[in-house]
Ligand binder design. Structure first.
Ligand code: CNA
Length: 241
């Protein structure tokens, strides 16, 4: 891991690309990991936009215990270390596929949320907005949050499968990854596009990619360094950089 420490110290522009794996250390299930959500039946429907419009209770029921208990969830050592490395000037930005707002909770300043976040919910009919806390209170009573003005259903500001990514966030992420001389991919299977293509922009411009993930990814053979265990790597970094 000293090689990683040296690489982080030598690099001029380090970007992190994070996935659901880093939040398993905070107790939030990922999708494809060993205890991931995809082990459940019909899990692929939970974040599917057609299913959401057909039956929003499918999403809210599944997400209740896993995402709407967020006020009790603390950032993991990975979130905290990324914020510390940003404050030290080593990391320039975090590009995340996560929707759980834990990077901001940990103190990261520059966070690009490719798939949106649960911070806000918007009425699908009249576009009224409502806070996470208000929605969580309703969802935790096993109800679907509906708009008090028009009775439309509230949808989180999250990119569901079948929806496009916010263009401005994606283009900024591409710009940051292209500038990076080192991109560290953390806790992602790199199968969801276009996020999975982000490391390509770094490599295309001569930058290196490091992967920390306990399952294979399509980029493993092209990574400068590869590690399995996020907890182990970030404990080491916390003591050595
Ligand atoms: P994924 O496909 O579930 O991959 C996560 C990876 O992390 C898996 O390979 C795991 O094995 C690995 N992993 C888990 N814990 C560790 C650990 N301690 N050390 C090393 N590796 C570990 O998730 P992706 O992020 O690649 O997929 C993108 C989806 C997941 C995005 O659309 C997200 O919005 C979505 N998602 C987000 C959250 C969240 O915000 N916390 C939770 C679940 C899903």
């Amino acid at each position: 891991m000293d090689r990683l420490v040296n690489l982080l110290k030598e690099s001029k522009y380090v970007i992190a690309l994070t996935g659901a794996g880093i939040s398993t250390l905070s107790g939030i299930k990922d999708f494809r990991g060993k205890d991931g959500l995809y082990k459940q039946r019909d899990a692929d429907k939970i974040f599917d936009i057609d299913w959401f419009y057909r039956d929003p209770s499918l999403y809210y029921t599944a997400a209740k215990d896993f995402l709407y208990n967020m006020k009790d969830v603390s950032p993991s050592i990975v979130h905290l270390e990324l914020a510390r490395l940003e404050a030290k000037g080593i990391i320039k930005a975090v590009i995340t596929q996560n929707i759980d707002v834990l990077h901001q909770k940990a103190g990261s300043k520059k966070v690009l949320e490719l798939h949106g976040s649960l911070g806000k919910h918007r009425c699908t009919k009249c576009s009224a907005t409502i806070s996470f806390e208000e929605v969580a209170a309703i969802v935790n009573k096993d109800q679907v949050p509906n708009c008090s003005r028009c009775n439309g259903v509230f949808k989180p500001n999250v990119v569901f499968f079948g929806e496009s990514l916010p263009v401005d966030v994606l283009s900024e992420a591409v710009k940051e990854a292209s500038k990076a001389d080192l991109l560290i991919v953390l806790g992602s299977t790199l199968v969801v596009n276009p996020a999975a293509m982000i490391p390509g922009y770094t490599r295309q411009n001569g930058g290196k990619v490091v992967i920390v993930n306990n399952m294979e990814t399509y980029l493993d053979e092209r990574a400068a360094l590869r590690y399995e265990d996020l907890g182990e790597v970030f404990h080491y970094l916390s003591e050595n950089i």
